[in-house]
Every structure is written in C-alpha cells, then in structure tokens.
Design a protein around this ligand. Structure first.
Ligand SMILES: [Zn+2]
Length: 233
C-alpha cells in the first residue's frame, strides 16, 4: 500500500472514530494515527527521573491493590517494572534508541526480492498493556542499496518496543523501510497473538491477527503470491 493511501486510510479511520467511546476504541483495538501519540514534552525528563517516577506510581498501584510492599518478594517490584519499561519494553519510544542503519551498494547485482522471515518480536498492546507476541516477515527489492540483514530485525524490535497496536506497528515498519531503502518496493507481514484477547476478554487462545503493508510492486497479485510462497511454513 502506498504511503499516501495509508494516510488516507488513517484519516478515514479517524473520522470513523467519532461515534465510539474511549472504552470501545480500546477493546476494538482501533488506532487513531500512524505516529505513536506522544506528548510534546515526552523527553523532558531524563530516563533516571522517569524510572524514579514510574517506580513511585507503580508502588501506588500495588498498594491500592492491597499488596504488602514490605514483603521481600514484592518490595523490589516497582523499581524492576520502572527499569523494564524504560530500558526494555518501551525503549522504542525514545528516538535516541532508533537503530543506526548503514546501507551498502548492491554490488551483488541481486535484483529479486529479499525476504527476511520469522523475525520474532514482543510488543505490548497500548490499550491493555499486556504482551503482543508475533512474527514479522519483511521483503524488499533493492533500489541500488542494500541493508544489513540484522538491521531489518532491529527496525522491527525498535517499533515493537512501544505501547502498540498491530496495524500501526506494521505501517511504521513499512514506512521506515521505504525511507531507509529509498524504494516503495517493500512489504511487511505481521502475524501476532494478543494476550489481551487470549488471557482476558474473550479468552480466545488460538486466534492470531495478520496485518500487511504492501508498497510499490508488492501491490501486484504476482508479487504477493510469490512472497506468500516464501513465508508459508
Ligand atoms: Zn489490547
């Protein structure tokens, strides 16, 4: 899908949101924009200040739940959660953690699609803050530049380490690859399990969600079929 089409779809979705309450938006897993909604002052606090604040606030949640924070097993939890949020599972919110990508000339003269499949990732649903566990498959056709294979993986991990919805994750990876590789010929397919669907709510343990981003030549039936042939188990 071309970028402007995605933007259009996003706008359409935004206008569709008018009749929904905040609760419905969350449980239906809709999203409101291609960019992760961040405040203007999102990076005013240092990471250390953020960790201290989150720790205090999380101990309050635990306290409200009735947990005894003097218990040996629990007393370190607020600090652990704060550290995990900032340094690990939400580290992709900080643009400073964006992977540095070096491109190489396509000296191999390889002009077919390159597919990097089964890139496993962990993300978290922005509506429930519970895990999304999935696999991403990425394909591109070189416009003259090539990217190190592990960088494809790192781009997936960077965008996964945010509170996410799967549609946005897919589009963010697709858009980033288009920018870096300077081509529209990019495809992203994501298959994921959402713990907010399996461990709570409707408690469906078998369903998976599939989302796709098809740019440029990947919008043709032949290329889609070719790609799907490579990624099927
Ligand atoms: Zn959710």
């Amino acid at each position: 899908m071309k970028q402007n089409e995605i933007m259009q779809n996003t706008l359409i979705e935004e206008s569709n949101l008018i009749d929904f309450t905040i609760d419905e938006i969350g449980d239906e897993h809709m999203f409101t924009s291609l960019e992760t909604p961040l405040k203007e002052d999102a990076f005013t606090l240092t990471n250390e200040e953020k960790k201290e604040k989150i720790s205090v606030l999380f101990s309050e949640i635990m306290d409200v739940l009735g947990l005894d924070l003097t218990d040996d097993s629990l007393k370190g939890t607020p600090d652990r959660v704060a550290k995990m949020y900032i340094e690990e599972i939400f580290s992709g919110l900080d643009p400073k953690n964006k992977p540095k990508i070096a491109l190489f000339n396509n000296t191999y003269k390889y002009h077919q699609m390159l597919v990097e499949k089964n890139i496993s990732f962990y993300s978290n649903c922005e509506h429930h803050f519970v895990p999304i566990i999935g696999k991403a498959h990425i394909a591109y056709i070189s416009s003259g530049k090539v990217i190190g294979l592990s960088k494809l993986n790192r781009i997936v991990q960077y965008y996964a380490k945010r509170p996410q919805v799967q549609e946005r994750l897919t589009n963010q990876i697709g858009k980033e690859l288009e920018n870096i590789l300077d081509t529209r010929d990019v495809a992203v397919i994501i298959e994921a399990k959402h713990l907010c669907v399996s461990s709570r709510g409707v408690k469906d343990d078998t369903s998976e969600t599939v989302t796709v981003y098809y740019g440029g030549v990947f919008n043709t039936e032949a290329k889609i079929r070719e790609l799907q042939g490579y990624i099927k188990d």
